[in-house]
Design a protein around this ligand. Structure first.
Ligand SMILES: [Zn+2]
Length: 103
């Protein structure tokens, strides 16, 4: 772990809440939101922001790119299809994937 002089700033909790609010229910990129909020885009790493959002129970659907609660990106037990392939996708994308892969 570097102490000082690292160009990577950790995302503060205050900023994380602002980013969370801006991302939720949107399909914006983290970069776009950082710019929109006029937070230092260079200082915050994409991965750090995503990790911080995960902390706040917000994740990006890897299919359509919409941000939503983590629990919405996990298939229900009743849903058909390969669970592993469906994790990280929203309900809509899971349906599309199952339709595409299985029919
Ligand atoms: Zn989706």
């Amino acid at each position: 772990m570097k102490k000082n002089g690292s160009p990577n700033m950790l995302v503060t909790h205050e900023h994380a809440l602002l980013i969370h609010e801006a991302l939720e229910g949107s399909c914006k990129t983290t970069d776009a939101v950082l710019e929109q909020l006029e937070l230092d885009v260079e200082a915050y790493q994409d991965d750090d922001v995503i990790f911080k959002m995960l902390d706040l129970n917000l994740e990006c659907c890897s299919g359509c790119g919409w941000w939503m609660e983590s629990c919405e990106l996990v298939p229900d037990e009743q849903e058909e299809g390969d669970d592993d392939a469906l994790v990280g996708l929203c309900l809509q994308c899971r349906k599309e994937k199952v339709d595409h892969d299985w029919k």
